[in-house]
Design a protein around this ligand. Structure first.
Ligand SMILES: NC(=O)c1ccc[n+]([C@@H]2O[C@H](COP(=O)([O-])OP(=O)(O)OC[C@H]3O[C@@H](n4cnc5c(N)ncnc54)[C@H](OP(=O)(O)O)[C@@H]3O)[C@@H](O)[C@H]2O)c1
Length: 345
């Protein structure tokens, strides 16, 4: 069943020429987000192991750490720059402990330049708007990103947590290469409108948290294992009143995995991989053995009946609690004002 790690297939993501590994590596958990930061030498080893084994699409953001995740990746890819595709993001900042979202052109440029320095590279392969600033017409934000492409500071543009209307408006200013959204067995709301829009416009999709933030890997034990300060403790689905109900989803997944002779992580990843060829999930891990296991998900084949069975385990009405602690900052609320309303100061 297993594909040798060195044979991770490559795919074209979007229509502008970006080529990435079939599966990427989410680096967020390496820095303080999922509890305390993990030891830097170990994380550098993990990232280099991923690259050596064909997982070359690394996902970060200026917000992870904040900043330390990009610094870590910058160190890890020394001497390997040509072998990796770096995806980073801007748009979320924390001021006095409060989350702010900014898409103003000057901010876009300043963030990009700071990320380039931290990553210690000349050009970011894929630069995403992490969250949509609903005070700024998306045309203004993308207009600045377009200039950064022309200046060679970024190669491709992406959007994260954007609704279909915002994706269309952005794409009209400059081709969007990829949209990143939470997509997993228990988060499927994007399938109605966003996925068809991306297919129509030739935009690749990067599913984040494809393992349900660890739930499809560890099941009920995940909650017990969360360190102090792990932000996942605030996710409504993981709150005791909902989790007690949600954990039955994992039990069903376990039965199917045992029949398929694979792990539940591999099953969850295989499900999203079967959603299309222009899709690159970015499971996050801080452990080499988990990375190796996730790579092998690429070779798990599912029949249409198996896909239907998996989907019946976690259909929308069965899952209790929102997927995110800050739903106001997600694609559901990401329409921006018309360009005509913008008055530059
Ligand atoms: N655009 C956005 O707004 C956004 C939001 C969230 C995340 N992201 C990106 O998406 C990436 C992945 O998302 P995520 O980290 O939230 O969730 P995820 O990939 O669904 O799950 C990560 C969790 O699964 C565990 N895990 C991974 N592989 C495993 C395996 N084979 N066996 C057992 N446990 C395993 C990890 O623990 P170990 O470390 O112990 O392996 C970690 O706790 C992030 O790193 C980030 O780059 C983007």
């Amino acid at each position: 069943m297993a594909t040798p790690a060195s044979e991770v297939p490559r795919i074209k993501l979007g229509s502008q020429g970006l080529e990435v590994s079939r599966i990427g590596l989410g680096c967020r958990g390496m820095s303080p987000n999922h509890g305390p930061p993990k030891p830097e030498p170990e994380m550098i080893k993990l990232i280099q192991h991923a690259i050596d084994n064909g997982v070359t699409f690394l996902d970060t953001s200026d917000q992870y750490g904040p900043h330390t995740n990009e610094l870590l990746i910058g160190k890890a890819i020394k001497g390997m720059r040509e072998r990796v595709q770096i995806a980073s993001k801007f748009g979320i900042s924390f001021k006095d402990g409060k989350m702010d979202i900014c898409g103003e052109p000057e901010y876009v440029r300043a963030c990009c330049e700071a990320s380039l320095k931290r990553l210690d590279i000349d050009c970011i392969d894929l630069y995403y708007v992490h969250r949509i600033d609903i005070r700024v017409p998306i045309e203004m934000t993308i207009g600045e990103l377009k200039k950064l492409v022309e200046e060679g500071k970024i190669k491709y543009i992406g959007l994260s947590e954007a609704c279909a209307a915002t994706i269309r408006r952005a794409h009209a200013v400059h081709p969007i290469t990829a949209v990143q959204l939470e997509w997993s067995l228990w988060t499927r709301d994007l399938e109605e409108e966003i996925v068809p829009t991306c297919i129509e416009l030739g935009i690749g999709i990067v599913p984040y948290s494809p393992l349900g933030r660890g739930f499809f890997s560890a099941g009920p034990q995940l909650i017990e294992s969360l360190a102090d300060g792990d932000f996942r403790k605030n996710i409504p689905r993981f709150k005791p009143e909902n989790f007690e109900h949600n954990k039955q989803i994992f039990e069903q997944l376990k039965k199917i995995a045992s029949r398929k002779r694979c792990t539940t992580s591999q099953l969850a990843l295989a499900w999203v991989l079967h959603k299309g060829d222009d899709i690159c999930p970015i499971p996050g891990t801080t452990k080499i053995e988990n990375l190796n296991e996730n790579i092998e998900a690429v070779s798990v084949k599912l029949t249409a009946d198996e896909i239907a069975e998996l989907e019946s385990c976690a259909y929308a009405d069965m899952v209790k609690g929102e997927r995110h602690a800050f739903m106001w900052g997600t694609w559901i609320n990401s329409e921006t004002p018309p360009l005509s309303s913008w008055k530059a100061e």
